[in-house]
Design a protein around this ligand. Structure first.
Ligand SMILES: CC(=O)SCCNC(=O)CCNC(=O)[C@H](O)C(C)(C)COP(=O)(O)OP(=O)(O)OC[C@H]1O[C@@H](n2cnc3c(N)ncnc32)[C@H](O)[C@@H]1OP(=O)(O)O
Ligand SMILES: CC(=O)C(=O)O
Length: 535
């Protein structure tokens, strides 16, 4: 396989199947409203086709197309309805499922068709000729009705490896009947890039029709296989946002389009384009309610996050030395992570990211680096707790921490009522804001919850900004389980003021002490961020 040269492609369709094949992912359940919210985002990104679902088979998809016809205006993309070729032994014009595809009013209809003779004989339980007749009849009927037809040749690669002649006949039959595109599918997702390249190249020699690629990720190669197919001459790539899909998912369409545009210099997106791809991917994650994958190529939160000190020292000279692209091209950001792997360059760049110019302050940089390494050796983790790092940095710069309050003492107790199984916790906090001594009690369904309530209550009169702060995430980890109850406990908290969020870390011999430290850092950092002056 040669990847060195740019393929001779005048244009490549970008076919999004998030709403159909993506929705086949375990745990995903898209409502009609979800689909109607995702489609405009895909259109804004500038894909060529949006496959909306299978009308006639899935009631929600039938409704989606009915509502899309009335309510959805697309500027860039064309809507595609998915379905299968007619039933064996029937006729397309009397097949109720084919009728539902026409009724969907979608301008493009994508038909899944068998191209692996083993599937024809064992799954369809018919013969090779009848399957070809099903393809020809259904494609011709729908093209005669004025629809653009795309054929998804299911199990094409497996079928071609078993019986190339039959697999090819399925493809040529579809083109002869009027199909605009035949997408070669790696349905079981087990192909490797070389195999895809060789097979697409062979098919390319036998037909002038537009070939496409539809790859699943079972061998971890879906994006690579899609690229290999384009390089071999496919002009149509299918995939899903964030790689959603059945089993291990489909080709991540966002990585595919970024590779096409940025590596092969083939412009494929018609709308807002790559600069908006990170925002749009995250907006889709919000709707699917599936947390974004931090290590997702191009758009993940960690895609341009640098942890190693050696990387940072070179990045300080030129970010391109440790990045394959400028993250701004895909709407993402470079981030520095501070940890025990940091060197002075990492601290300087992290400082710059947080708004502090530390260049030339080598003593300070050295001190902060040492403190970070010591703290991490004792269980702290700053790459997940930017706010705790910023407080440490401010302390080294100013020589002291912002003194919003002085803690005198705190305690928490838990009561478990045997009869009802109820757990109630109560905490008391004694502290000083300026010259005022405050004693507050808080209740909660657990001791940390109660401590949080008591701490806020004791501070809110002096610092009303705290009213808007809310704890949104809480994670606990025992760091050395071999020590049993002496284990060091690490707590990570995430707090928000409704607009931004920040994370802090606390470490202690037990969950309460670790939580207290993280809670205090969270509130102090929030006050610093809101530029509240200590009393
Ligand atoms: C590779 C893919 O991911 S393709 C997309 C797959 N997506 C889905 O299956 C989701 C939607 N599916 C459904 O709602 C249902 O399976 C339906 C409505 C399509 C069919 O339901 P049923 O009629 O109950 O059939 P069932 O699901 O048990 O079996 C599928 C039928 O389609 C036939 N079939 C499978 N592929 C094709 C094809 N390419 N062309 C024509 N018929 C096909 C099978 O032979 C089987 O026929 P049979 O009922 O005569 O045995
Ligand atoms: C059509 C399809 O989804 C597949 O073959 O995987």
């Amino acid at each position: 396989m040669s990847t060195a040269s740019k393929p001779d492609v005048a244009d490549v369709h970008v076919y999004d199947t998030t709403l159909r094949d993506g929705a086949q992912q375990e745990g995903m359940n898209l409502s009609v409203a979800d689909k109607l919210a995702i489609a405009p985002l895909l259109d804004e990104l500038g894909v060529t086709f949006i496959e909306g679902g299978w009308p006639g088979a899935i009631p929600k998809d039938t409704e989606f197309f009915a509502r899309a016809e009335k309510d959805l205006t697309l500027a860039n993309a064309e809507l595609a309805a998915f379905g299968s070729t007619r039933k064996a032994g029937g006729r397309a014009h009397t097949d109720t499922q084919v009728r539902a595809l026409l009724d969907s009013a979608a301008p493009t209809i994508t038909l899944v068709a068998k191209s692996d003779i083993r599937h024809v004989e064992r799954a369809l339980r018919t013969d090779g000729d009848e399957n070809l007749a099903m393809i020809a009849d259904t494609v011709a009927y729908l093209t005669d009705a004025g629809r653009r037809v795309i054929v998804d040749a299911e199990h094409f690669f497996d079928g071609y490896r078993f019986d190339p002649d039959y697999a090819l006949r399925a493809v040529t039959t579809a083109f002869e009947a009027g199909a605009d595109v035949v997408a070669l599918c790696d349905t079981n997702g087990g192909m490797l890039p070389d195999w895809v390249f060789d097979i697409v190249s062979s098919v390319r020699e036998r037909t002038d029709g537009r070939l496409g690629i539809h790859a699943h990720n079972d061998s971890g190669c879906a994006v690579a296989n899609s690229m290999a197919a384009v390089i071999a001459g496919a002009h149509h790539v299918q995939g899903t946002v964030n790689g959603y899909g059945e089993r291990t998912g489909n080709a991540d369409l966002l990585a595919v389009v970024a590779n096409l545009e940025l590596k092969l210099e083939i412009p494929v997106l018609g709308g807002a384009g790559l600069a908006e791809v990170t925002r749009i991917a995250h907006a889709v994650s919000e709707i699917t309610n599936i947390a974004p994958f931090a290590r997702q190529p191009y758009i993940g939160a960690s895609a341009f996050a640098h942890k190693a000190g050696l990387h940072a020292s070179a990045i300080r000279v030129d970010p391109d030395l440790y990045q394959h692209i400028d993250p701004r091209k895909v709407g993402n950001d470079m981030r520095m992570l501070v940890s025990d792997m940091a060197g002075r360059a990492s601290i300087e760049l992290k400082g710059r990211e947080l708004g502090f110019d530390l260049s030339g302050q080598s003593d300070l940089l050295g001190r902060v680096t040492e403190r970070v390494k010591d703290a991490e050796a004792n269980g702290y983790t700053f790459d997940a707790a930017d706010a705790s790092f910023e407080l440490l940095l401010r302390e080294e710069i100013a020589g002291t921490r912002p003194a919003y309050f002085r803690t005198e003492s705190w305690r928490a107790i838990v009561e478990h009522t045997q009869q009802t199984g109820e757990v109630n916790a109560e905490a008391t906090v004694k502290l000083h804001t300026g010259d005022v001594r405050v004693v507050s009690t808080g209740e909660g369904n657990g001791p940390v919850n109660a401590l949080d309530a008591a701490l806020r209550q004791s501070l809110v009169t002096a610092y009303p900004a705290i009213e808007d702060f809310e704890l949104i995430d809480y994670k606990v980890r025992l760091l050395d389980s071999s020590h049993g109850t002496d284990a060091v406990t690490r707590v990570l908290l995430e707090m928000t003021d409704g607009q931004d969020s920040w994370s802090t870390v606390g470490v202690g011999p037990n969950i309460l002490e670790a939580s207290w430290e993280a809670l205090v850092d969270s509130l102090v950092y929030g006050l610093v961020r809101h530029e509240v002056v200590p009393l």
